[in-house]
Design a protein around this ligand. Structure first.
Ligand SMILES: Cc1cc2nc3c(=O)[nH]c(=O)nc-3n(C[C@H](O)[C@H](O)[C@H](O)COP(=O)(O)OP(=O)(O)OC[C@H]3O[C@@H](n4cnc5c(N)ncnc54)[C@H](O)[C@@H]3O)c2cc1C
Length: 375
């Protein structure tokens, strides 16, 4: 029998690790990813200000998997009922699978946005954003569209980076909802807004972007906001072979007869009926449930049992949230907001814990040094 995990981000690596121990002997396990490395995506905004960190944010997949085989290929199509996958160099079939292909930046077909704005999803984007920022004239304007986790964090990095200049560029963060970090608790969002403003970021909420040309961003009101650099972090949509809207999956994460989905690849409605925010934290937790369910499908097929296998259900229980805003950090732990060194310690512990758990001990140490080497 054969189990396949598609995508080696947070969800994919977590799912493979679970399956490596959960699957009975004799079942083959394949991890498909177009890259050779796992990207620690939730820290890539850091590489905008600190390019040296970039090397530490990729970890060779060969160091992360044991029993599984990595197939380096691009997924171009999936039949989740039949368990058939089209790859750029062939195909594969599986008896049970977990789709963890992440998401792409959504440009929503807004005229000029994809053409003129730089997204932030891969390390190459972080390099490009840095390069563009270095070319912004003194006192110029940097516009960031979308104030989710990536938007607030990149705006904070750029405002901090600009502080060392004689005439720092103005960083303006546009958000169509009535607050930054709209998918998160209101008190957390208020603390994040406060931290951004204290670092010189201008926040404009209720600002719906409708398009852009080479010099200005257009808002729904008809106002045009001039820019020297434009970054777009306005949302996510289906990535890779999952083009279009991300599929919605229910709490058992079932995406087809023999397929489960975890992480950004799907819009997950949890056991309490709530839509779960896309994040590294939720991707890892969902992967545990999806992997358990894939292993149950295998067991069920091997035993030739007649009934449906009993499937685990995912319930979103937040461990808390933590974002960095330049050298500042805002954390929400146990229902309260923390800022300053206490929050930074939480962020460092979470990030270093993740890297350490993956075996990236050097990366974890570098991250701890980077966090405490300033301010
Ligand atoms: C700048 C930034 C800051 C963030 N900050 C935070 C934060 O502070 N806290 C937090 O919890 N989350 C944060 N996030 C969100 C978090 O990084 C994502 O939610 C998380 O990466 C989702 O994990 P995933 O495994 O679903 O997808 P990904 O990590 O995106 O992994 C998808 C994998 O699939 C592979 N893949 C994709 N398409 C194909 C294909 N067609 N064929 C083969 N392989 C393919 C990719 O190479 C990749 O390895 C941030 C994101 C960004 C961009």
């Amino acid at each position: 029998m054969h189990v396949a995990v598609l995508g080696a981000g947070y969800a994919g690596v977590a799912a493979v690790r679970e399956l490596e121990t959960a699957l009975p002997d004799g079942v083959d396990l394949t991890l498909v990813d177009e890259r050779e490395t796992h990207l620690v995506q939730h820290l890539i905004h850091r590489a905008v200000r600190k390019p040296d960190l970039a090397d530490r944010l990729t970890i060779p997949l060969s160091e992360l998997i044991d029993r599984a085989t990595h197939r380096q290929a691009r997924v171009t199509g999936i039949d989740p009922d039949a368990g058939e996958v089209d790859l750029d160099d062939g195909s594969l079939s599986y008896d049970a699978g977990v789709v963890c292909l992440g998401a792409r930046t959504a440009f929503y077909g807004l005229p000029g946005i994809e053409e003129h704005a730089t997204p932030l999803k891969r390390l190459s984007h972080a390099g490009q954003i840095r390069e563009e920022f270095d070319g912004v004239s003194p006192g110029g304007r940097v516009v960031v569209g979308g104030a989710g986790l990536s938007g607030v964090q990149v705006a904070g990095e750029l405002a901090t980076l600009g502080r060392d200049r004689n005439e720092p560029p103005h960083v303006v963060l546009l958000e169509q909802e009535d607050r930054v970090a709209p998918a998160f608790p209101t008190s957390f969002a208020a603390a994040v807004a406060d931290e951004l403003e204290s670092r010189g970021v201008t926040i404009r909420t209720g600002a719906t972007v409708t398009g852009a040309d080479g010099d200005t961003v257009e808002l729904e009101t008809g106002e045009r906001v001039g820019y020297d650099q434009l970054i777009w972090t306005g949302g996510i949509t289906g990535g890779g072979a999952m083009t279009g809207e991300r599929p919605t999956v229910r709490a058992n994460l079932r995406h087809g007869e023999r397929t489960f989905a975890a992480g950004d690849a799907a819009r997950v409605i949890d056991a309490d009926g709530q839509a779960v925010p896309a994040s590294a934290q939720t991707a890892v937790r969902q992967a545990g449930v999806a992997a358990t369910n894939a292993a149950r499908v295998v067991e069920h097929q091997r035993d030739g049992a007649g009934f449906e296998p009993r499937l685990e259900r995912y319930r979103f229980e937040s461990l808390g949230w933590v974002v960095s805003v330049g050298d500042g950090t805002v954390a929400r732990v146990g229902g309260s907001e923390l800022r300053g060194s206490a929050a930074r310690a939480v962020k460092t512990t979470v990030a270093a814990g993740y890297l350490g758990q993956l075996g990236g001990v050097e990366s974890a140490a570098a991250f701890v040094r980077e966090q405490f080497g300033h301010e």
